[in-house]
Design a protein around this ligand. Structure first.
Ligand SMILES: [Fe+2]
Length: 158
């Protein structure tokens, strides 16, 4: 199914894509710091806490934007999947809380670093799967396309 999207939808998806790209960049930087052991630990902890804020803001924007309603309003058959994906935010927030606590209670031990690395990797993988499933739903709903950047999404004439 192909249909034109409105400017509001276009802006929303463009912003979500931009935030996703930003999150992917953060994950990559944190992974690098964790795997190489390079950089100061307090700086790493600050980066993780900032990353945590970005995620919370990202989830809040998705939820306050009606969570995929631009997909489910015209395609109610996709609503159950959207509800399931929204439910994943709860589990992801729980995993994020674990990482935040580790970053706030840094003891610089090897065990601490291993715990942080393991929990961060678990969270990052869960998040990327979740984001990809949201993308899939948007593509199925005809609001996004595989391949082109969000900026190339068709929009109705202004
Ligand atoms: Fe989400």
């Amino acid at each position: 199914m192909t249909r034109l999207t409105t400017t509001r939808e276009h802006n929303f998806f463009e912003q979500m894509k931009c935030e996703q790209n930003n999150l992917v960049g953060c994950i990559s930087r944190i992974r690098h710091a964790l795997s190489t052991g390079q950089g100061e630990i307090p700086e790493l902890c600050q980066t993780i806490l900032r990353f945590s804020e970005l995620i919370e803001n990202h989830f809040a924007r998705e939820e306050n934007g009606g969570y995929l309603r631009d997909v489910t309003d015209p395609a109610p058959e996709l609503a159950a999947r959207a509800t399931e994906l929204l439910g994943e935010h709860t589990a992801l927030r729980g995993a994020l809380q674990t990482i935040r606590q580790l970053a706030q209670n840094c003891d610089r031990s090897d065990a601490w670093r291993q715990d942080l690395g393991r929990e961060f990797e678990r969270f990052a993988q869960q998040l990327m799967i979740h984001e990809a499933r949201e993308d899939d739903l948007m593509i199925e709903g005809g609001l996004a396309h595989q391949g082109p950047a969000a900026a190339d999404l068709p929009i109705s004439p202004k």
